[in-house]
Design a protein around this ligand. Structure first.
Ligand code: MN
Length: 246
């Protein structure tokens, strides 16, 4: 059987003096190990090609990266806002809209979680340390797989089913997060300080879930709640009515 084809949004970085489309290895390995074929999409192709980019694809993974332009949710930037990429904002919003039209399963990670919330009408904390100070450090230093804070998942939710756990510790390196949850989304995972760390769409709609942490960074760890998100997503892509696999 051919593996399901999953579009994954790459980032644009200058490496050795050249602008390149790149993607962290964790996304590629996590999807490949879950039995999927990752297809890297570069924002350099532009938003107009986003619709066509999903033809023949079984699912969409929106990845981590830059801050979103707060103008997208009607705010002026605070001084602590990080770097933004308008081409990537436009590309990923167009991709998400196309995925919704095609009823494709969508998984969001970190920035991807924020993109989904903003696309559906929600807002973000532009900078957690100044706008929502607390005891939990969400932009934790150290290795990318350092489990720095706890996560509580709502029992019975799509995320709980996917992760196979409702309480565990995970990694955290984000300075933005969901502030006002978009209509139609449920917040089903929270950090120990109450911050939204996981969202999902209604059960009667195509599979849609997103997390604020980085499950892909545990691609070398073997079985763990974080990594189980990928086979759950791949299974949703295989069984979706929209699947081009028939
Ligand atoms: Mn966090």
């Amino acid at each position: 059987m051919n593996p399901p084809r999953i579009a994954v949004t790459g980032v644009v970085r200058t490496v050795d003096g050249l602008e390149r489309a790149v993607l962290n290895r964790g996304y590629v390995l996590s999807l490949a190990r879950a039995g999927a074929l990752p297809l890297i999409l570069s924002p350099l192709m532009g938003a107009e090609l986003a619709t066509h980019a999903l033809e023949g694809v079984d699912g969409l993974l929106l990845t981590g990266g830059e801050d979103l332009d707060p103008a997208l949710y009607g705010e002026a930037p605070v001084p602590q806002l990080g770097s933004v990429s308008h081409p990537r904002d436009e590309f990923e919003l167009a991709l998400f809209a196309a995925a919704r039209r095609r009823e494709l399963p969508v998984l969001g990670i970190c920035r991807g979680c924020q993109v989904i919330n903003v696309a559906l009408g929600g807002s973000l904390y532009q900078d957690l340390p100044t706008q929502r100070p607390g005891a939990v450090q969400h932009d934790a230093p150290g290795p990318r797989d350092h489990r720095s804070h706890g996560i509580l998942v709502e029992p019975g939710s799509r995320l709980a089913e996917a992760l196979g756990a409702t309480a565990f510790r995970t990694n955290s390196f984000h300075h933005q997060a969901i502030r006002r949850l978009a209509p139609g989304l449920r917040a089903t995972a929270h950090a120990e300080d109450g911050l939204i760390e996981g969202i999902e769409g209604p059960e009667n709609q195509p599979w849609l879930a997103a997390v604020q942490w980085h499950p892909e960074e545990f691609c070398d760890a073997g079985d763990c709640p974080d990594q189980r998100l990928f086979p759950a997503f791949v299974e949703a892509c295989l069984s979706a009515p929209s699947s081009v696999r028939g």
